[in-house]
Write a protein of this length. Structure first.
Ligand code: CTP
Length: 401
């Protein structure tokens, strides 16, 4: 992550039990040679000490004891201008509420109000507080002002309750900030294209052949990509799924339409092919509905392999090409064959013979095979497709840095 080197991070630590995690966040940023200045709110000092923050960050720590004299050294305007990015971690329900009202009652809120820089909130609170309408409304307001959020995640909280509200893990925060800065430094977002779902190949206006696929895994990957700041295009065959409207969703029916939509979106930085594309299409589709008859012979021809086309495109090959392999036997062997034959950088293989995972299920287990011989295959063990997606996107972020 050379991208974080010398980046100026203004970290605002608020008073919550997760404040200690921000120490780990500082450590991770320092490892990447980022510069850090910190503001501790009055309550934060109940949880972490200015001394520990200062020694870890090797940078200035500010608090509400700032006054006219030391304000001249770095006032609230200068602090906000100094930063490339401002992170509020943990962002408590109280802080979120104050920020949504444009409060400027302490140094932290004043700096944020005076800021012209990207502000990331890392919420951490009890599940009920997180779900409370008042918090939800405050966040809607803050998001409309352009504030971004990282997390929270689902898990057991310090209070013993379980649910959404737990602070995001420091490594995930680091990844998200990194990808954000990366897209900013390129002056454009990194563009990712993902295909998902089945394709339908029509015999006549009402009948088609298709592949079994719900599209869930591909849609989840698209959601995870969007969350990390990628410019995400999802080319999807027919599914019943919805995605965030910030994803550029292109709905198609046939493999040919999927191919044309893909072609139209080249060049692209990263391409992921999770669609279960029908390998065959009907040679002569009938204009009208075919009438019932004793026997029907249908002639099929091979569809173009979209993945193969993209991965072998001489001058428009994406930097990273990821294929999927849905297999019912010889999982590893077949996947490795596809990795080579289709000129992919990675192949993500899943066993579709088991009932509790894969097709239509919300769960999956996958194995990632890499072209890079230095990397050994990785198994992402049985878990929700949304979690598998996060883990896949973690690896994509790590790969491009
Ligand atoms: N794929 C594609 N276009 C096709 C067929 C497949 O882009 N016409 C992509 C899929 O999206 C997937 C990968 O190729 O990423 C492997 O697809 P899969 O159906 O597992 O393999 P096939 O090449 O179709 O081989 P087989 O059906 O014989 O296993």
């Amino acid at each position: 992550m050379k991208n974080l080197k010398n980046k100026k991070i203004l970290l605002i630590i608020c008073g919550g039990v997760s404040a200690y995690k921000s120490l780990e966040l500082i450590r991770l940023f320092k490892k990447k040679d980022a510069e850090i200045k910190t503001i501790l709110t009055k309550n934060a000092k109940e949880f972490v000490t200015p001394l520990s923050v200062a020694s870890l960050s090797q940078g200035k720590v500010y608090d509400d004891l700032f006054n006219v004299e030391n304000e001249s050294e770095m006032d609230h305007i200068a602090l906000s201008r100094w930063a490339d990015v401002i992170i509020v971690s943990p962002a408590t329900a109280n802080t979120i509420s104050k920020l949504s009202q444009g409060s400027s009652e302490d140094l932290a809120s004043t700096v944020i109000l005076a800021s012209n820089k990207p502000v990331f909130l890392v919420p951490a609170m009890n599940v009920r507080m997180w779900e409370h309408k008042s918090t939800r409304n405050n966040l809607v307001k803050l998001k409309s002002y352009g504030y971004k959020t990282i997390g929270p995640i689902i898990g057991e909280m310090a209070c013993g309750e379980y649910g959404e509200g737990k602070m995001a893990e420091p490594t995930d925060i680091l990844n998200e900030i990194n990808i954000f800065l990366l897209s900013q430094s390129n002056n454009k977002k990194i563009k990712v294209l993902i295909t998902a779902g089945p394709t339908n190949e029509y015999l006549d206006p009402v009948r088609f052949i298709t592949n079994k696929s719900s599209g869930k895994q591909g849609y989840e990957i698209a959601n995870s990509l969007l969350k990390r700041g990628f410019d995400t295009t999802l080319i999807s065959g027919p599914t019943n799924l919805d995605v965030d409207n910030k994803i550029n969703l292109i709905k198609v029916n046939t493999a040919e339409e999927m191919f044309k939509a893909t072609q139209k979106n080249l060049p692209i930085d990263i391409a992921i092919f999770s669609a279960a594309v029908s390998d065959f299409k009907i040679i002569r589709k009938k204009e009208n509905k075919i009438k019932k008859q004793e026997n029907l012979t249908v002639n099929l021809e091979k569809n173009i392999d979209i993945l193969n086309y993209v991965s072998n495109h001489n001058f428009m090959r994406p930097k990273l090409v990821i294929g999927f392999a849905a297999e019912t036997q010889d999982l590893d062997r077949n996947a490795i064959m596809k990795l080579t034959n289709k000129n992919c950088d990675w192949i993500i293989a899943n066993d579709v013979s088991k009932k509790d995972r894969g097709f239509n299920s919300d769960y999956n287990e996958v194995t990632i095979h890499y072209k890079d011989k230095k990397k050994t295959k990785e198994v992402l063990s049985f878990k929700k497709k949304s979690e598998i997606s996060e883990e896949i996107v973690d690896r994509i972020v790590a790969q491009i840095n």
